[in-house]
Design a protein around this ligand. Sequence first.
Ligand code: BTN
Length: 251
Amino acid sequence: MNFKIFNYDEVSSTNDLANAYAAEHQNIDAVFTADSQTNGRGRRGRSFYSPKNSGLYISFLIHPEKTLVNPSLLTCMTAVVICRSIEEVCGIYTHIKWVNDIYYEQRKICGILTEGKIDPETGSLSYAVIGAGLNLFDPDSGFPDDIKEKAGALISGSPDYKIKNKLFRSIIENFSRYCDNYDVNSFIDEYRDRSMLIGKYVKITGYNNRSFPDDESALVTGIDDNCRLLVRFKDGSSYALESGEVSVTQP
Ligand code: BTN
């Protein structure tokens, strides 16, 4: 896969740039990166803290040819791509918290936001934008209060831009390779192996399709080939969650 690469110092959001580019150009696959974002966006309308000299903020714009590509699986594939690149470049093993977060030493070091446009006639994806924000180094003034208990940096000490560049190249190479040979079976097992939820009890805090009791925990029994989280409650009822958020809790 050949990407047109756009590199910036500061932008509002690399996902916004990718979406705007897609609206004006037909079928050009591209990568947008920036050293900082003034309006970095996360899932569920949250902001994503994106200060300069600290992270790798990157968005891929792709035009999947197959109707079967489901956006959740693109998130899942990208999580595996990023974990692999981190391992190859830094020798660090990271875990994935379903569906779109990457953790190292119990801290969130990366989030992924997948957006796209559905062709109303065919119901397939006209294009997809997959954005990832990777906290590489500690921000100059630390993480803000609202995320400081949860967020962390992958590498401690002062910023090493050689590593940042190597990671950037590795992520593009791996992403391109996985897209060229797009097949769920090439990444879903690794996604499961890296899962930090399988076998744990969770509370389901945000789910679009129905609500679950606040005080009941469910056991995560697996992740299926559509990247749905499989959970079982104490009363034996089981669900395959398509999206939403969970937090680890006690049985
Ligand atoms: C999340 O944690 O909810 C997802 C965060 C995704 C952040 C990345 S940074 C690059 C791209 N641009 C954005 O505005 N968001 C994504």
